[in-house]
Each structure stands twice: as C-alpha cells, then as structure tokens.
Design a binder for this molecule. Structure first.
Ligand code: AHR
Length: 528
C-alpha cells in the first residue's frame, strides 16, 4: 500500500550566545562568499579553477555547541527494530542492541539522540513501553501504519544513549497525549521522589534517575499529517501548559518549542513561549538529482536558519528573559527519493550519493557559521530510515553521508571563524558558490581546521588561502571524501565507492595555494 502524504512537502518548503567563557570572543558576521571580481581572478575562473579563502583569527563567530552533531531515532520502518535494536540477532549484544550499528554510530560521535519521533510521537503512549517486555501491549501506529511491539521503550532508549555516549532527547506526545502524560514521563525519567512513576522506574530496575535534559514540546504540530495538529495560537497555549507541568516536576529540564514552516507560525509561538523554552525547532528536508538545485537547497536551508534567527530576535525584544532562545534543527537531511510510502516494507530507505554527502557537509558548515543561534541539531535518522548507516541481517554499510558526520566530529574545532570566501558560483545561482567553507579553531588557537566542500561537478578548484593571526606549520593532515562522480553510492554490493581518504600535505603557510578536487569534501587541519 502506498499512500502519499498530501501537501506536506510544499508546506515544508514554504518556510523556510554561546557561553563564551570569560574571554569575550569578538562578534563577526557569518562567513560570506561572493563571485570572483578582479580581472586576474576572472581569467583564472574562466578556467574554472580559482578561489580565495581568507581567515582572520580576530574574527571569531562563537562557540560551536557539540549538540549540533546529534541524531534521531524514530519508531519508523527499520530504524529501531532491525536497526539499532535486533533481539536474537547474532550481531546484537545481550541487551538486543546491534553492535555493528552502535560502533558505527559511535564513529560519528553522536552527541544527542532524539526519540521516539517524529510523527510517531504524536500517537505514542510511553506507558505502553515500560515493564516486562512480554507483557507490553502491541499497538497500531497510525502515523506510519505499522504494528508497534513496544519492546523498545524508555528504558531501552536510555540504555542505548548510555552505550552510545549521547544525551537523550525525548519528544512528548502533544497529539493524542495529555499534559499529565508528559509530566508523568518527566517523573519516570528524572524524579527522585517516593511517588508512583519514579517508583515504577525503580521497580523496572533503575534506581537512579535518568536526568533527561532535553524535552521537545510536540512534533510538527502545524501539519495536517500530525495526530492532533493545531494552529499556532492553540499550540502555543497548550505547549505553555505542558511545559509548565513538566517543569513543575523537574525545573532543570530544557524545553524545545515546535517550530514551523514560516514566520506566521514561529512568531506567535515564540511570543507566547519565549519565556519558558530554551530552543525552537526547525526541520529541513531537501535534495535533488540536479547539482545546482541540490546546492541551492543547501543555501535555502541556511536562509531558513537566518529567517528563524530574525524571528527569535523579534520575539526576544518583547521578552524580559535574558537568555536567548536557540535553534534546534532537530530533523535535517536529504529526503526525496523514498517520499513517505506508508506500509512499504522499505520505508524511507533512501540510498545516498556523493552529491548528498556534499549537501550534508554544506549543512554542517552552515551550522558552524550560525553557531551563535544553532545550538542543537539532529540528523534524521540514525540507521536504515533516511540514514547514514544501513543494516541488514548480516552487516552494515556506511552511506556516503556518514563520512562528513564522522570527519567533522573528529577534526573540526569548537570555535567558528569567519572565513571570507571568494568563489565562482553555479550558473544562474549567484548566491550558490562552488566552494562552501567553514573554518574552526580551538580555545587555545592551537589549530585551524578548514572544511572545504568543492561542489563543482567536474573541476578542481585552486584556492589562495590567506591566514591572519595564526602561523601554521608547513605540513598537516587532510581527509578527503570523494568518489568517481556525484552519483556514486555505497551499497551492500559495492560498499566503498565513496570513502574518506587521508593524506598529508606540505607547503602551507600564512599564504598558500591548495587545490580541492572536483566534487569533494576536504577537512584539513593546520597546526600552529
Ligand atoms: O523523519 C521522518 C519524518 O519527517 C518525521 O517523522 C517527521 O517529523 C517528519 O515529517
């Protein structure tokens, strides 16, 4: 059975301070890029090769919150069952968790893990998913038209987060659920009181509280595809009461308001909720088989962040709260090939190509550039369902999109620098440069990591790199993600068409030239 979700895609497309410690880091505008301008540069560009990247260590944007490297697991298709959790599989540990999937997930240093949905959360009764597994009720999940065994519930999710080393992030049911259910869930997870739900947790073998810090107030409540969808005013009124009740159980929790597709939703929601929420969510799904369109979409994603940031500024101007609401991009990915086929046996099992890996790297660069406002992000999703990891009964394959998530978490620094980039742009797309760059350093200015995405489909780009305020050593390490073409994919039959390869470079300095291969992501680290 294939049921298309009506109108949702158009809806999504329609809309699109850090704690810096004591040493203040000067504010700088986020990284800019513009077309080549001088005659000499234009001549070089005619050959399709020239660009300029300028870094000034005085121009720091802010601290990058590691929570931007989060991920998402939903009860959907084979993400939980047959993905992270596979009871009885020889590849699973004694708790039922797939060891190969877990190890690959650890490789991406997943900082925060969102669960149980997504659309699933709007019909989920968390109380079905605790206690002895064989006694848990099987339910019909209306969101994805699947049977839910409830064998994976809150305790299993927390256990998985602990094994992964990720902070749990729970999305409460604001569709069919009540504010009492949400408050009870906080009590089950976090309370130390001698009260019913905290005692249920103890009875289930967990004496210590889970201290779940991040809680989302509903998922995509603006959309007609969501159980119990509402308009902005109704949502904001309900979310205020849900949040209040949840905070009355645990005042320390961080709350995420449900952001929507545009200003019409986000402004009234924030005007009502700015005083109680810490974040507002943003979802973005994009992608195309056309290069210019795919990277225009990456650009639009970044604009969507800028628009929401402006709405936050407007709403905060009317709030007395000092701490600014941040953006939680708690679902983002390429998703257009396997668009919502309900009841399909291979739900949302998107096969990614090199182009998509370049899009993911561009998205991470955008988060770096907007680190003052984007403080949490979750790639959707972790395994099998629009995921960087695919699993079957015998093993896993790392999709192309796995590699930027791995390299950025391995090598990028925690402080974003404002890189000035001059690059030619895609024909007819003056705001979409071939080179997309983020520059990061660490708190001691000990290194400079350049993450350079060359989105040119056929040509290498030679960039003049100029650095001020930092003296790099001549040699360093470079990891390059690449493959034969932008359409290259990794499959079980051919798992290594796109990988990250290491090489050393030499000849670096305060002014040097570096060539970036066609259709590649390069993460190069220069040490001082
Ligand atoms: O990630 C897949 C789905 O996309 C989620 O369930 C929903 O929130 C979004 O529409």
């Amino acid at each position: 059975m294939k049921v298309e979700k009506p109108g949702r895609r158009g809806f999504l497309r329609a809309g699109v301070t850090a704690a810096l410690g004591t040493a203040a880091i000067p504010f700088a505008m986020p990284t800019r890029a513009w077309p080549i301008s001088t005659a000499q540069e234009q001549a070089a560009t005619a050959a399709g090769t020239a660009a300029r990247i300028k870094i000034d260590f005085d121009r720091k944007i802010g601290v990058i919150d590691r929570n931007i490297y989060g991920n998402f697991t939903e009860h959907l298709g084979r993400c939980i069952y047959g993905g992270i959790y596979d009871e009885g599989s020889p590849l699973s540990d004694s708790d039922g968790f797939r060891k190969d999937v877990l190890e690959a997930a650890r490789g991406m240093h997943v900082s925060v893990l969102r669960w149980p949905g997504g659309n699933f959360s709007s019909g989920y009764n968390w109380k079905d998913g605790i206690g002895p597994k064989d006694a848990r009720p099987r339910r019909w999940d209306t969101a994805w038209q699947e049977e839910e065994s409830n064998r994976f519930g809150t305790d299993e999710f927390i256990e998985y987060c602990r094994k992964l080393g990720a902070e749990p992030y729970i999305c409460v049911n604001m569709g069919t659920g009540t504010m009492q259910d949400a408050a009870d869930w906080v009590e089950y997870c976090n309370a130390t009181t001698n009260t019913y739900w905290a005692n249920q947790r103890r009875k289930n073998g967990h004496a210590d509280p889970y201290n779940v810090k991040y809680w989302a107030l509903g998922n995509e409540v603006y959309g007609s595809w969501q159980a119990g969808h509402k308009d902005a005013a109704d949502y904001a009124a309900d979310a205020l009461e849900f949040g209040k009740m949840m905070r009355w159980i645990d005042p320390s929790i961080k709350l995420v308001a449900c952001g929507g597709p545009g200003v019409e939703w986000n402004l009234p929601v924030l005007e009502k909720l700015a005083d109680i929420v810490d974040y507002i969510s943003l979802h973005h799904y994009g992608g195309s088989t056309d290069n210019a369109k795919e990277f225009q979409d990456a650009r639009n994603f970044e604009k969507q962040i800028g628009v929401l940031d402006a709405v936050i500024t407007a709403a905060m101007s009317r709030s007395r709260k000092k701490e600014r609401v941040a953006i939680a991009v708690d679902e983002w990915n390429i998703w257009f090939r396997s668009w919502f086929h309900r009841g399909d046996n291979h739900m949302l099992e998107e096969v990614y190509n090199l182009r998509d890996a370049l899009w993911v790297a561009s998205g991470l660069n955008a988060f770096h550039r907007h680190c003052q406002t984007v403080k949490l992000a979750d790639m959707a999703q972790l395994v099998n369902v629009i995921a960087p990891i695919m699993a079957n009964a015998t093993g896993i394959v790392l999709q192309t999109t796995y590699y930027p998530l791995k390299l950025y978490t391995d090598y990028c620094g925690d402080i974003a620098l404002d890189a000035l980039v001059r690059s030619d742009t895609f024909p007819g797309a003056p705001d979409v440069p071939y080179l997309d760059v983020s520059a990061t350093t660490d708190k001691t200015n000990g290194k400079l990591t350049l993450a350079v995405v060359n989105r040119h489909p056929t040509d290498a780009v030679s960039a003049d790199i100029v650095i001020e305020g930092f003296n790099p050593q001549a040699s360093g390490d470079l990891y390059e993600i690449n493959g034969a073409s932008l359409d290259a994919t990794n499959t079980f039959a051919n798992p290594n068409q796109v990988t990250a390869k290491h090489r050393s470079f030499s000849g670096a300095g305060r002014n040097f030239r570096q060539t970036f291969a066609a259709h590649s992501v390069s993460v190069m680290t220069l040490r001082g």
